[in-house]
Design a protein around this ligand. Structure first.
Ligand SMILES: [Zn+2]
Length: 74
């Protein structure tokens, strides 16, 4: 029995981050994810699916940006 990790079918709906095979938890606009984070996205569509861990990372990175902006106002 062969296990081919590379055959990622669309129906499987896994995380779109390169090298990540976790189940997707959230879908986000691909543009936003690639611009706001340093994650390497393997998504051909306009939506990017992220697993729990990568969504956390996304949230963290976008939050940091907001925090920086808020600090600038003080
Ligand atoms: Zn992931």
């Amino acid at each position: 029995m062969k296990r081919r990790r590379k055959s990622k079918r669309k129906k499987e709906k896994t995380c779109d981050v390169k090298g990540c095979d976790e189940d997707k938890k959230k879908s986000l606009p691909s543009e936003k994810v690639s611009k706001k984070t340093e994650l390497t996205i393997e998504s051909s569509g306009r939506k990017t699916y992220l697993c729990k861990e990568h969504y956390k990372k996304y949230k963290k990175e976008t939050k940091e940006e907001r925090t920086t902006k808020r600090l600038a106002w003080d």
